[in-house]
Design a protein around this ligand. Structure first.
Ligand SMILES: CC(C)(COP(=O)(O)OP(=O)(O)OC[C@H]1O[C@@H](n2cnc3c(N)ncnc32)[C@H](O)[C@@H]1OP(=O)(O)O)[C@@H](O)C(=O)NCCC(=O)NCCS
Length: 383
């Protein structure tokens, strides 16, 4: 008979929000919060952002190593095989109420994709890898198709053989995207692909650990990403830049916010104690894209906000700060900034789901019970 107590000790210390709790071991992603380093499978994300592509990073995260030339060619063909959205999913997209937000639509539509996946119900590793690839190909198409439909336009068919970054911008705007924009978007996808046990990835792993399926696990992750404490900070950054509106007003705006103890969106991080390495790369791209788009105002305001924050606080910009300007200069509406996060993070979610299944144990923590005890049931007539 087990000697384990049936309830956890009330004296057992724990930090709210599972802060600093190590919940699993993982070969996928390493964050050095002190040095400001983010590493995927041993490769520094800055190195990948400089030299790799989102598709190659997807291969790296799923298979644990960079591909050779021939296997990468076959891998890219796998994306092309799932390039169109199922017709039933497009029908569902047409049925959403006008008021449905892009994140709500994404959550429901991704769940629906599982019904029309040819590998639905097949839990073998090769089938799950194909599902991960289909999800990665189709999430950007879903977001773009819904955005067009809600603005009265028909979805645009993606172009086989083009990158995920290219096809998202093409399917969203209905015209060939600028090559520099495509590269900047590709880099943003690389930088957001994984971030260890963030809330949505943890949600995906918890669902996967019940031996539920990949679509259910990714739907759980999207539900977690939707919350404003997780995805969504880059939307707040853009709203702040628009509220400031003029570089001449930026410094005072920040000083006023700090005086009112308001948290400035796009600054601070639970793990990084120095600059978020993703912000370092995105700052460069935000400046470059602003010049390409001929609209430098948002970058100028951002630079002054950052300078004022650095002079008056100990917090650094995070990934969301410059991604807002990058996406805005690509003509992407602010309401799509959180869904865009899912375009990239689905690769990390699915890598973690696959890793969870290689050595699975149900994730089932305990709660420290603080409610009443020893109450006796009283019938409703006597209450
Ligand atoms: C990300 C975040 C939730 C991390 O929170 P946390 O780890 O609990 O850190 P804390 O809120 O305890 O902040 C530590 C200190 O930095 C300050 N700080 C943190 N983020 C700040 C911000 N964005 N603006 C101003 N000050 C900030 C806090 O006021 C606190 O100062 P104090 O020690 O003098 O009280 C928080 O920084 C935040 O809300 N940032 C804005 C939203 C955002 O950009 N989120 C995206 C994260 S990727």
């Amino acid at each position: 008979m087990s000697t384990t107590p049936s309830t956890p000790s009330t004296t057992q210390p724990f930090k709210a929000g599972l802060e600093d709790v190590v919940a699993c071991s993982s070969d996928i992603c390493f964050i050095d919060g002190k040095e400001g380093r983010l590493v995927y499978r041993g490769y520094d994300v800055a190195d990948l952002a400089e030299h790799s592509t989102f598709e190659e990073v997807a291969y790296l995260l799923w298979y644990g190593r960079l591909p050779g030339r021939i296997e990468f060619g076959a891998f890219l063909d796998g994306f092309t095989g799932s390039i169109e959205l199922p017709i039933e999913t497009v029908m569902i997209l047409r049925m959403f109420p006008k008021a449905a937000t892009p994140m709500e639509v994404l959550r429901t539509a991704v769940s629906s994709l599982g019904h029309w996946d040819p590998d639905s119900g097949n839990t073998r590793l090769d089938a799950c890898l194909r599902k991960a690839q289909r999800l990665t190909e189709r999430i950007p198409l879903l977001i773009a198709a819904h955005q067009r439909l809600r603005h009265g336009y028909e979805p645009v068919h993606p172009i086989p053989g083009k990158s995920i970054a290219y096809n998202f911008l093409y399917a969203l705007h209905g015209e060939e995207p600028d090559p520099e924009m495509v590269r900047a978007f590709d880099v943003a996808l690389i930088l957001h692909a994984d971030h260890e046990l963030n809330a949505s990835t943890f949600a995906a792993r918890v669902t996967a650990a019940t031996m539920s399926d990949m679509y259910s696990s990714v739907t759980s992750a999207i539900g977690a990403l939707k919350g404003p404490l997780h995805g969504g900070a880059n939307e707040q950054v853009m709203k702040m830049l628009q509220e400031i509106g003029d570089p001449a007003k930026a410094e005072q705006w920040v000083l006023d916010a700090l005086a009112k103890k308001v948290k400035v969106p796009g600054f601070g991080h639970r793990v990084y104690r120095t600059e978020d390495p993703r912000a370092t790369v995105l700052r460069r791209y935000a400046e470059k894209m602003s010049t390409v788009a001929g609209e430098t105002r948002w970058f100028e305001i951002s630079s002054i906000v950052e300078r004022t924050m650095r002079a008056n606080t100990k917090v650094y910009p995070n990934v969301d700060f410059y991604s807002a300007t990058c996406y805005h200069t690509m003509g992407i509406s602010t309401e799509l900034f959180t869904p865009i996060f899912a375009i990239s993070r689905v690769v990390g979610w699915t890598a973690h789901i696959l890793e969870q299944w290689t050595n699975n144990r149900l994730i089932r923590p305990r709660a420290d019970y603080t409610g009443p005890e020893n109450l006796r049931y009283v019938s409703i007539e006597e209450r």
